[in-house]
Design a protein around this ligand. Structure first.
Ligand code: SAH
Length: 253
């Protein structure tokens, strides 16, 4: 009998953003794996074992969850947001590709979740209303030159950008450099959204411009959306402005 591994997206934080499918996968699991900070978001359930790990041990965590599933257990590996967006689903695929042949016969299910850029976008209007791309600014797994090339290409082609992993203690200067680079392509008035811990009690959302955007306004829990030249603000009396990117009109910066 082979076990099951569900790679479950918990969404950005608000329990109402957990899908019914994810809820079922969590309820059915006999063993829960994941970064300790994400596991804490899953209420304890009798008879379920919990295996928290450090955030940087992605491959080890994927292999441990697969090994547990291979014993016949129903395992859930939890991630924030969507498991396929800069998260554990790819780590699980990689572990299967390089792991024991038996892991290829396991029942593996990726359970989608609301990814951070969608939650942040929803808070401010429709900044992702037209073509956009998502980039991780982390140079842990790819060289910084690659990130610069992609920022150049994406901003130069008129995409709105969603920036994941903008900054960390180990990567303090990259975000400032990214803003500098983007200012070469885009007007200073281009709307920029900082969405921090969206859906959690310490949520903070800020709308600014590319000219004023400052890396100190971001931390590890922040997702940044940089508009294109077409992205605009709709002023509203006594309400924050709506940020949106029209679905038609200007093609690129
Ligand atoms: N799989 C996750 C992303 C993991 S990468 C997802 O789909 O959302 C981690 C990055 O995601 C963070 O550095 C931050 O940029 C972003 N992030 C995750 N949760 C967030 C939240 N609640 N609010 C804002 N950004 C968030």
């Amino acid at each position: 009998m082979s076990g099951r591994l569900a790679v479950v997206g918990l969404g950005p934080g608000d329990a109402r953003w957990l899908t019914p499918e994810a809820e079922v996968a969590l309820a059915e699991a006999e063993a829960l794996y994941g970064y300790a900070g994400y596991l804490d978001r899953v209420p304890p359930r009798a008879g379920q074992s919990r295996h928290p790990s450090d955030n940087r041990e992605e491959q080890a965590r994927a292999r441990a969850a697969l090994a547990a599933a291979a014993t016949g257990a129903k395992v859930a590996l939890v991630t924030a947001g969507d498991p396929g967006v800069f998260a554990m689903a790819a780590a699980v695929c990689e572990a299967i590709e390089h792991g024991p042949a038996a892991w290829r016969s396991l029942d593996v299910a990726m359970i989608p979740g609301v990814t951070a850029m969608l939650a942040v976008a929803a808070r401010v209007g429709a900044p992702l209303g037209h073509d956009f791309c998502a980039l991780s600014l982390s140079d842990n797994l790819k060289p910084w030159e690659t990130i610069e090339r992609r920022l150049d290409a994406a901003a130069g082609a008129g995409f709105v950008l969603a920036l994941y992993n903008p900054i960390s203690r180990a990567r303090p200067w990259q975000l400032g450099k990214a803003f500098e680079l983007l200012r070469r392509h885009l007007p200073g008035a281009t709307p920029v959204v900082f969405g921090r811990a969206v859906g959690r009690t310490d949520e903070r959302v800020m709308i600014t411009t590319l000219l004023e955007a400052d890396a100190v306004q971001a931390d590890m829990a922040t997702l940044i959306i940089v508009g294109s030249a077409a992205t605009r603000l709709v002023a509203r009396p006594d309400l924050p402005p709506l940020v949106y990117t029209p679905r038609a009109g200007e093609a690129s910066a």
